[in-house]
Design a protein around this ligand. Structure first.
Ligand code: NZQ
Ligand code: ZN
Length: 386
Protein backbone atom coordinates (compact mmCIF):
# COMPACT_ATOMS: atom_id res chain seq x y z
CA UNK A 1 0.00 0.00 0.00
CA UNK A 2 1.30 3.49 -0.82
CA UNK A 3 1.75 6.22 1.80
CA UNK A 4 -1.07 8.70 2.19
CA UNK A 5 -2.41 11.70 4.09
CA UNK A 6 -6.17 11.94 4.29
CA UNK A 7 -8.42 14.69 5.51
CA UNK A 8 -12.01 15.28 4.53
CA UNK A 9 -13.57 18.14 6.48
CA UNK A 10 -17.07 18.09 4.91
CA UNK A 11 -19.89 17.48 7.38
CA UNK A 12 -22.67 15.33 5.96
CA UNK A 13 -26.32 15.71 7.01
CA UNK A 14 -27.96 12.61 5.57
CA UNK A 15 -31.61 11.61 5.48
CA UNK A 16 -35.21 12.76 5.40
CA UNK A 17 -35.96 16.36 6.41
CA UNK A 18 -32.30 17.27 6.82
CA UNK A 19 -32.81 20.39 4.70
CA UNK A 20 -34.52 21.93 7.74
CA UNK A 21 -31.23 21.73 9.64
CA UNK A 22 -29.35 23.93 7.20
CA UNK A 23 -29.86 26.91 9.40
CA UNK A 24 -27.66 25.43 12.15
CA UNK A 25 -24.72 24.94 9.80
CA UNK A 26 -24.42 28.42 8.28
CA UNK A 27 -22.44 31.02 10.25
CA UNK A 28 -24.64 33.55 12.10
CA UNK A 29 -24.88 36.91 10.28
CA UNK A 30 -23.79 35.32 7.01
CA UNK A 31 -24.87 37.06 3.83
CA UNK A 32 -25.74 34.17 1.54
CA UNK A 33 -25.65 33.79 -2.21
CA UNK A 34 -27.94 30.86 -3.02
CA UNK A 35 -26.95 29.30 -6.33
CA UNK A 36 -29.03 26.94 -8.43
CA UNK A 37 -29.48 25.56 -11.92
CA UNK A 38 -32.09 25.79 -14.64
CA UNK A 39 -35.12 25.65 -12.38
CA UNK A 40 -35.77 22.01 -11.42
CA UNK A 41 -35.71 23.05 -7.74
CA UNK A 42 -38.70 25.32 -8.33
CA UNK A 43 -40.77 22.42 -9.65
CA UNK A 44 -39.97 19.76 -7.05
CA UNK A 45 -40.36 21.72 -3.82
CA UNK A 46 -36.66 21.87 -2.91
CA UNK A 47 -36.52 25.63 -3.47
CA UNK A 48 -39.29 26.26 -0.90
CA UNK A 49 -37.72 23.89 1.62
CA UNK A 50 -34.36 25.63 1.37
CA UNK A 51 -35.80 29.14 1.46
CA UNK A 52 -37.79 28.27 4.56
CA UNK A 53 -34.73 26.79 6.27
CA UNK A 54 -32.63 29.90 5.66
CA UNK A 55 -35.36 32.49 6.23
CA UNK A 56 -33.39 33.99 9.15
CA UNK A 57 -30.53 35.00 6.87
CA UNK A 58 -30.04 37.70 4.32
CA UNK A 59 -30.17 35.82 1.02
CA UNK A 60 -29.53 36.81 -2.58
CA UNK A 61 -30.29 34.30 -5.34
CA UNK A 62 -28.43 33.41 -8.50
CA UNK A 63 -30.20 30.87 -10.73
CA UNK A 64 -29.46 29.64 -14.23
CA UNK A 65 -26.19 27.75 -13.82
CA UNK A 66 -26.37 25.32 -16.74
CA UNK A 67 -25.35 21.66 -16.82
CA UNK A 68 -21.59 21.67 -17.43
CA UNK A 69 -21.28 24.97 -15.57
CA UNK A 70 -20.40 27.77 -17.93
CA UNK A 71 -17.59 30.19 -17.16
CA UNK A 72 -19.40 33.23 -18.61
CA UNK A 73 -22.45 32.64 -16.41
CA UNK A 74 -20.27 32.12 -13.35
CA UNK A 75 -18.49 35.40 -14.03
CA UNK A 76 -21.90 37.12 -13.67
CA UNK A 77 -22.32 35.42 -10.30
CA UNK A 78 -18.83 36.53 -9.28
CA UNK A 79 -19.87 40.14 -9.87
CA UNK A 80 -22.82 39.68 -7.51
CA UNK A 81 -20.55 38.16 -4.85
CA UNK A 82 -18.22 41.16 -5.01
CA UNK A 83 -20.87 43.87 -5.31
CA UNK A 84 -23.00 42.49 -2.52
CA UNK A 85 -20.16 41.48 -0.18
CA UNK A 86 -21.41 37.92 0.04
CA UNK A 87 -19.86 35.91 2.88
CA UNK A 88 -21.30 32.43 2.30
CA UNK A 89 -22.29 30.46 -0.81
CA UNK A 90 -25.07 27.88 -0.81
CA UNK A 91 -25.23 25.54 -3.81
CA UNK A 92 -28.58 23.84 -4.35
CA UNK A 93 -28.25 21.41 -7.21
CA UNK A 94 -26.29 18.62 -8.84
CA UNK A 95 -22.62 18.44 -9.75
CA UNK A 96 -22.86 21.40 -12.11
CA UNK A 97 -24.20 23.85 -9.54
CA UNK A 98 -21.82 22.57 -6.87
CA UNK A 99 -18.82 22.74 -9.22
CA UNK A 100 -19.82 26.23 -10.32
CA UNK A 101 -19.99 27.22 -6.66
CA UNK A 102 -16.52 25.80 -6.04
CA UNK A 103 -15.18 27.89 -8.88
CA UNK A 104 -16.82 30.97 -7.33
CA UNK A 105 -15.47 30.06 -3.91
CA UNK A 106 -11.96 30.07 -5.39
CA UNK A 107 -12.49 33.04 -7.74
CA UNK A 108 -13.88 35.26 -4.95
CA UNK A 109 -10.52 35.15 -3.18
CA UNK A 110 -8.30 34.85 -6.25
CA UNK A 111 -5.69 37.56 -6.53
CA UNK A 112 -4.29 36.71 -9.96
CA UNK A 113 -5.03 38.41 -13.25
CA UNK A 114 -8.10 36.54 -14.46
CA UNK A 115 -10.05 33.74 -12.74
CA UNK A 116 -9.69 31.65 -15.92
CA UNK A 117 -6.06 31.17 -14.84
CA UNK A 118 -7.32 28.98 -12.00
CA UNK A 119 -8.38 26.52 -14.72
CA UNK A 120 -5.92 27.10 -17.54
CA UNK A 121 -2.88 27.31 -15.29
CA UNK A 122 -4.18 24.65 -12.96
CA UNK A 123 -3.76 26.81 -9.83
CA UNK A 124 -4.67 24.88 -6.69
CA UNK A 125 -7.01 26.66 -4.30
CA UNK A 126 -5.73 26.58 -0.74
CA UNK A 127 -8.49 28.85 0.48
CA UNK A 128 -12.00 29.63 -0.73
CA UNK A 129 -15.07 31.58 0.30
CA UNK A 130 -16.93 29.13 2.56
CA UNK A 131 -19.84 27.26 1.00
CA UNK A 132 -22.33 24.51 1.73
CA UNK A 133 -24.42 22.37 -0.56
CA UNK A 134 -27.87 20.85 -0.80
CA UNK A 135 -27.42 17.96 -3.22
CA UNK A 136 -30.32 17.39 -5.62
CA UNK A 137 -28.73 14.79 -7.90
CA UNK A 138 -26.52 11.87 -6.78
CA UNK A 139 -23.74 11.35 -9.31
CA UNK A 140 -20.50 13.28 -9.09
CA UNK A 141 -19.50 13.16 -5.42
CA UNK A 142 -18.79 16.89 -5.69
CA UNK A 143 -20.75 17.34 -2.45
CA UNK A 144 -17.90 15.77 -0.48
CA UNK A 145 -14.75 16.47 -2.48
CA UNK A 146 -12.68 19.49 -3.42
CA UNK A 147 -12.67 19.23 -7.22
CA UNK A 148 -14.68 20.94 -9.94
CA UNK A 149 -14.92 20.95 -13.72
CA UNK A 150 -15.80 24.16 -15.57
CA UNK A 151 -16.79 24.62 -19.20
CA UNK A 152 -16.05 27.55 -21.49
CA UNK A 153 -18.33 27.48 -24.52
CA UNK A 154 -16.39 30.24 -26.29
CA UNK A 155 -13.32 28.03 -26.68
CA UNK A 156 -15.03 24.63 -26.33
CA UNK A 157 -12.89 23.81 -23.30
CA UNK A 158 -13.76 21.86 -20.17
CA UNK A 159 -11.08 21.97 -17.49
CA UNK A 160 -10.69 20.68 -13.95
CA UNK A 161 -9.66 22.61 -10.85
CA UNK A 162 -9.55 22.08 -7.12
CA UNK A 163 -7.55 22.19 -3.93
CA UNK A 164 -7.88 21.65 -0.21
CA UNK A 165 -9.67 25.00 0.25
CA UNK A 166 -12.63 23.83 -1.82
CA UNK A 167 -14.35 21.20 0.31
CA UNK A 168 -17.93 22.14 1.17
CA UNK A 169 -18.32 23.08 4.85
CA UNK A 170 -21.39 20.83 4.88
CA UNK A 171 -23.59 18.95 2.45
CA UNK A 172 -27.22 18.02 2.93
CA UNK A 173 -28.06 14.66 1.39
CA UNK A 174 -31.80 14.03 1.50
CA UNK A 175 -32.58 10.97 -0.66
CA UNK A 176 -36.13 12.26 -1.15
CA UNK A 177 -34.79 14.69 -3.76
CA UNK A 178 -34.23 11.70 -6.05
CA UNK A 179 -38.00 11.36 -6.65
CA UNK A 180 -38.13 14.08 -9.29
CA UNK A 181 -34.97 13.15 -11.19
CA UNK A 182 -35.58 12.10 -14.83
CA UNK A 183 -34.44 8.62 -15.92
CA UNK A 184 -31.68 10.03 -18.08
CA UNK A 185 -30.07 11.71 -15.07
CA UNK A 186 -30.52 8.66 -12.82
CA UNK A 187 -28.73 6.56 -15.43
CA UNK A 188 -26.02 9.22 -15.68
CA UNK A 189 -25.57 9.25 -11.91
CA UNK A 190 -25.19 5.48 -11.74
CA UNK A 191 -22.69 5.41 -14.62
CA UNK A 192 -20.68 8.36 -13.32
CA UNK A 193 -20.33 6.98 -9.79
CA UNK A 194 -19.52 3.53 -11.18
CA UNK A 195 -16.74 4.99 -13.32
CA UNK A 196 -15.39 7.05 -10.41
CA UNK A 197 -14.78 3.82 -8.58
CA UNK A 198 -13.22 2.22 -11.65
CA UNK A 199 -10.82 5.15 -12.15
CA UNK A 200 -9.45 4.56 -8.65
CA UNK A 201 -9.47 0.77 -8.83
CA UNK A 202 -8.74 -0.43 -12.36
CA UNK A 203 -5.00 0.11 -12.21
CA UNK A 204 -2.53 -2.42 -10.77
CA UNK A 205 -2.49 -4.25 -7.43
CA UNK A 206 -0.63 -2.64 -4.52
CA UNK A 207 -1.94 -5.01 -1.87
CA UNK A 208 -4.46 -2.46 -0.58
CA UNK A 209 -7.00 -5.03 0.44
CA UNK A 210 -9.40 -2.76 2.27
CA UNK A 211 -9.47 -0.07 -0.45
CA UNK A 212 -10.11 -2.78 -3.05
CA UNK A 213 -12.99 -4.17 -1.07
CA UNK A 214 -14.44 -0.70 -0.36
CA UNK A 215 -14.33 -0.08 -4.11
CA UNK A 216 -15.84 -3.45 -5.00
CA UNK A 217 -18.64 -2.98 -2.46
CA UNK A 218 -19.59 0.39 -3.94
CA UNK A 219 -19.70 -1.18 -7.42
CA UNK A 220 -21.81 -4.07 -6.14
CA UNK A 221 -24.20 -1.70 -4.37
CA UNK A 222 -24.63 0.42 -7.51
CA UNK A 223 -25.29 -2.73 -9.57
CA UNK A 224 -27.82 -3.92 -6.99
CA UNK A 225 -29.76 -0.66 -6.65
CA UNK A 226 -29.69 0.33 -10.34
CA UNK A 227 -32.81 -1.58 -11.44
CA UNK A 228 -34.78 -0.52 -8.36
CA UNK A 229 -34.04 3.19 -8.65
CA UNK A 230 -34.57 3.20 -12.43
CA UNK A 231 -37.93 1.51 -11.90
CA UNK A 232 -39.14 3.76 -9.10
CA UNK A 233 -37.36 6.94 -8.09
CA UNK A 234 -39.61 7.28 -5.05
CA UNK A 235 -38.21 4.03 -3.56
CA UNK A 236 -36.55 5.68 -0.55
CA UNK A 237 -34.26 2.79 0.34
CA UNK A 238 -32.98 2.49 -3.21
CA UNK A 239 -32.52 6.28 -3.36
CA UNK A 240 -30.63 6.35 -0.07
CA UNK A 241 -28.24 3.59 -1.12
CA UNK A 242 -27.78 5.16 -4.54
CA UNK A 243 -27.04 8.57 -3.03
CA UNK A 244 -24.56 7.41 -0.42
CA UNK A 245 -22.77 5.18 -2.94
CA UNK A 246 -22.28 8.14 -5.28
CA UNK A 247 -20.83 10.24 -2.45
CA UNK A 248 -18.53 7.48 -1.24
CA UNK A 249 -17.32 6.81 -4.77
CA UNK A 250 -15.53 10.14 -4.92
CA UNK A 251 -14.92 11.56 -1.46
CA UNK A 252 -11.29 10.47 -1.39
CA UNK A 253 -11.69 7.42 0.81
CA UNK A 254 -11.16 4.69 -1.77
CA UNK A 255 -8.26 6.45 -3.45
CA UNK A 256 -5.99 6.57 -0.40
CA UNK A 257 -2.86 4.48 -0.75
CA UNK A 258 -3.64 3.26 -4.26
CA UNK A 259 -2.72 4.43 -7.77
CA UNK A 260 -5.46 6.10 -9.76
CA UNK A 261 -6.08 6.52 -13.46
CA UNK A 262 -8.58 9.28 -14.50
CA UNK A 263 -7.75 8.99 -18.23
CA UNK A 264 -11.37 8.08 -19.02
CA UNK A 265 -12.52 11.32 -17.42
CA UNK A 266 -9.88 13.46 -19.10
CA UNK A 267 -10.77 12.12 -22.53
CA UNK A 268 -14.50 12.19 -21.72
CA UNK A 269 -14.37 15.90 -20.82
CA UNK A 270 -13.23 16.63 -24.36
CA UNK A 271 -16.29 14.86 -25.78
CA UNK A 272 -18.53 17.04 -23.59
CA UNK A 273 -16.62 20.16 -24.58
CA UNK A 274 -16.84 19.35 -28.30
CA UNK A 275 -20.29 17.77 -28.56
CA UNK A 276 -22.15 18.56 -25.34
CA UNK A 277 -22.55 14.84 -24.57
CA UNK A 278 -23.60 14.26 -20.92
CA UNK A 279 -20.55 13.71 -18.72
CA UNK A 280 -21.48 10.17 -17.64
CA UNK A 281 -22.18 9.10 -21.22
CA UNK A 282 -18.73 10.19 -22.35
CA UNK A 283 -17.29 7.80 -19.75
CA UNK A 284 -19.40 4.94 -21.06
CA UNK A 285 -18.09 5.72 -24.56
CA UNK A 286 -14.41 5.73 -23.56
CA UNK A 287 -14.11 3.05 -20.85
CA UNK A 288 -14.13 -0.06 -23.05
CA UNK A 289 -11.52 1.22 -25.51
CA UNK A 290 -9.28 2.53 -22.74
CA UNK A 291 -9.32 -0.83 -20.94
CA UNK A 292 -8.84 -2.71 -24.20
CA UNK A 293 -5.84 -0.63 -25.29
CA UNK A 294 -4.23 -0.79 -21.84
CA UNK A 295 -5.20 -4.40 -21.23
CA UNK A 296 -1.73 -5.69 -20.28
CA UNK A 297 -1.31 -3.06 -17.54
CA UNK A 298 -4.77 -3.54 -16.14
CA UNK A 299 -5.47 -7.24 -16.52
CA UNK A 300 -4.74 -8.21 -12.91
CA UNK A 301 -7.31 -5.80 -11.55
CA UNK A 302 -9.73 -6.43 -14.43
CA UNK A 303 -9.69 -10.12 -13.59
CA UNK A 304 -10.11 -9.47 -9.85
CA UNK A 305 -13.04 -7.16 -10.65
CA UNK A 306 -14.66 -9.74 -12.92
CA UNK A 307 -14.35 -12.38 -10.22
CA UNK A 308 -15.39 -10.37 -7.20
CA UNK A 309 -17.92 -7.94 -8.65
CA UNK A 310 -19.43 -10.00 -11.48
CA UNK A 311 -18.83 -13.53 -10.16
CA UNK A 312 -16.92 -14.63 -13.25
CA UNK A 313 -15.38 -17.91 -12.10
CA UNK A 314 -14.46 -19.66 -15.35
CA UNK A 315 -11.46 -19.16 -17.60
CA UNK A 316 -7.88 -17.92 -17.49
CA UNK A 317 -6.88 -14.58 -16.01
CA UNK A 318 -6.99 -13.00 -19.48
CA UNK A 319 -10.43 -14.42 -20.20
CA UNK A 320 -11.77 -13.17 -16.89
CA UNK A 321 -10.25 -9.74 -17.50
CA UNK A 322 -11.90 -9.56 -20.92
CA UNK A 323 -15.19 -10.62 -19.37
CA UNK A 324 -14.76 -7.74 -16.91
CA UNK A 325 -14.62 -5.25 -19.80
CA UNK A 326 -17.68 -6.81 -21.44
CA UNK A 327 -19.66 -6.79 -18.17
CA UNK A 328 -18.86 -3.10 -17.72
CA UNK A 329 -20.15 -2.21 -21.18
CA UNK A 330 -23.22 -4.36 -20.65
CA UNK A 331 -23.87 -2.59 -17.33
CA UNK A 332 -23.83 0.84 -18.99
CA UNK A 333 -26.14 -0.46 -21.69
CA UNK A 334 -28.50 -1.92 -19.07
CA UNK A 335 -28.94 1.65 -17.82
CA UNK A 336 -30.05 2.71 -21.30
CA UNK A 337 -26.72 4.36 -22.08
CA UNK A 338 -25.25 3.95 -25.55
CA UNK A 339 -21.55 3.20 -25.64
CA UNK A 340 -20.25 4.36 -29.04
CA UNK A 341 -19.43 7.91 -30.06
CA UNK A 342 -21.34 7.40 -33.31
CA UNK A 343 -24.50 6.90 -31.24
CA UNK A 344 -24.30 10.56 -30.21
CA UNK A 345 -23.07 12.46 -33.27
CA UNK A 346 -22.70 11.95 -36.97
CA UNK A 347 -19.70 14.25 -37.25
CA UNK A 348 -17.17 12.28 -35.27
CA UNK A 349 -14.55 11.79 -38.00
CA UNK A 350 -11.34 13.56 -36.96
CA UNK A 351 -12.35 13.80 -33.30
CA UNK A 352 -9.59 11.45 -32.18
CA UNK A 353 -6.91 13.56 -33.86
CA UNK A 354 -8.41 16.76 -32.51
CA UNK A 355 -8.41 15.52 -28.91
CA UNK A 356 -4.94 14.08 -29.18
CA UNK A 357 -3.69 17.42 -30.55
CA UNK A 358 -5.26 19.29 -27.61
CA UNK A 359 -3.54 16.96 -25.14
CA UNK A 360 -0.25 17.45 -26.95
CA UNK A 361 -0.65 21.24 -26.82
CA UNK A 362 -1.46 21.19 -23.11
CA UNK A 363 1.55 19.02 -22.43
CA UNK A 364 -0.63 16.14 -21.21
CA UNK A 365 1.85 13.58 -22.45
CA UNK A 366 1.39 10.74 -20.01
CA UNK A 367 -2.02 9.94 -18.55
CA UNK A 368 -3.08 6.97 -16.50
CA UNK A 369 -1.71 5.25 -13.42
CA UNK A 370 1.70 4.70 -15.04
CA UNK A 371 1.80 8.12 -16.70
CA UNK A 372 2.35 6.45 -20.03
CA UNK A 373 -0.86 6.94 -22.00
CA UNK A 374 0.41 9.27 -24.73
CA UNK A 375 -1.58 11.63 -26.97
CA UNK A 376 -1.15 9.04 -29.71
CA UNK A 377 -2.71 6.39 -27.41
CA UNK A 378 -5.53 8.83 -26.69
CA UNK A 379 -6.09 9.11 -30.43
CA UNK A 380 -6.34 5.31 -30.68
CA UNK A 381 -8.71 5.11 -27.69
CA UNK A 382 -11.08 7.69 -29.14
CA UNK A 383 -10.95 6.10 -32.58
CA UNK A 384 -11.77 2.71 -31.08
CA UNK A 385 -14.84 4.34 -29.46
CA UNK A 386 -16.38 5.59 -32.71
O1 NZQ B 1 -30.44 22.73 -13.84
P1 NZQ B 1 -31.63 22.10 -13.23
O2 NZQ B 1 -32.91 22.69 -13.70
O3 NZQ B 1 -31.54 22.04 -11.74
O4 NZQ B 1 -31.71 20.58 -13.77
C1 NZQ B 1 -30.68 19.64 -13.59
C2 NZQ B 1 -29.87 19.42 -14.87
O5 NZQ B 1 -30.62 19.69 -16.01
C3 NZQ B 1 -31.31 18.29 -13.36
N1 NZQ B 1 -31.60 17.99 -11.96
C4 NZQ B 1 -30.76 18.06 -10.89
N2 NZQ B 1 -31.40 17.67 -9.77
C5 NZQ B 1 -32.66 17.37 -10.12
C6 NZQ B 1 -32.79 17.58 -11.50
N3 NZQ B 1 -33.96 17.38 -12.15
C7 NZQ B 1 -35.01 16.97 -11.42
N4 NZQ B 1 -34.94 16.72 -10.08
C8 NZQ B 1 -33.80 16.91 -9.40
N5 NZQ B 1 -33.75 16.64 -8.07
O6 NZQ B 1 -30.32 17.37 -13.81
C9 NZQ B 1 -29.58 17.95 -14.89
C10 NZQ B 1 -28.12 17.61 -14.75
O7 NZQ B 1 -27.57 18.25 -13.61
P2 NZQ B 1 -26.00 18.32 -13.41
O8 NZQ B 1 -25.74 19.01 -12.14
O9 NZQ B 1 -25.37 18.85 -14.65
O10 NZQ B 1 -25.60 16.78 -13.33
P3 NZQ B 1 -24.44 16.06 -12.59
O11 NZQ B 1 -24.68 16.02 -11.13
O12 NZQ B 1 -24.28 14.79 -13.30
O13 NZQ B 1 -23.16 16.99 -12.81
C11 NZQ B 1 -22.39 16.93 -13.98
C12 NZQ B 1 -21.23 17.90 -13.91
O14 NZQ B 1 -20.34 17.53 -12.84
C13 NZQ B 1 -19.02 17.34 -13.35
C14 NZQ B 1 -19.26 16.92 -14.76
O15 NZQ B 1 -18.12 17.05 -15.57
C15 NZQ B 1 -20.39 17.84 -15.17
O16 NZQ B 1 -19.90 19.11 -15.52
N6 NZQ B 1 -18.27 16.40 -12.50
C16 NZQ B 1 -17.85 16.85 -11.30
C17 NZQ B 1 -17.05 16.08 -10.48
C18 NZQ B 1 -16.58 16.57 -9.18
N7 NZQ B 1 -16.73 17.83 -8.87
O17 NZQ B 1 -16.03 15.82 -8.39
C19 NZQ B 1 -16.61 14.75 -10.86
C20 NZQ B 1 -17.32 14.20 -12.04
O18 NZQ B 1 -16.48 13.25 -12.64
C21 NZQ B 1 -17.74 15.18 -13.05
O19 NZQ B 1 -16.68 15.52 -13.91
ZN1 ZN C 1 -17.35 11.67 -13.40
Amino acid sequence: MNNFEYKNPTKILFGKNQIENLTNEIPKNAKILMLYGGGSIKKNGIYEQVKKAISNFEVIEFGGIPANPEYAVLMDALKVIKEENITFLLAVGGGSVIDGTKFLSAAALFEGETPWDILSKNIRSLKGLPFGTVLTLPATGSEMNSGAVITRAETKEKLAMGGPGLFPVFSVLDPEVVKSIPQRQIANGLADAFTHVLEQYMTYPVNAKLQDRFAESILQTLIEVAPAILKDTSDYNAAANFMWSCTMALNGLIQQGVPSDWAIHMIGHELTALYGIDHARTLAIIARSHYTLNFEDKKEKLAQYAERVWNVTEGTKEEKAKAGIEKTTAFFQSLGIKTNLSDYTESYEGTAQQISKRFEERGWKGLGEHGKVTPSDVEKIVEMSY
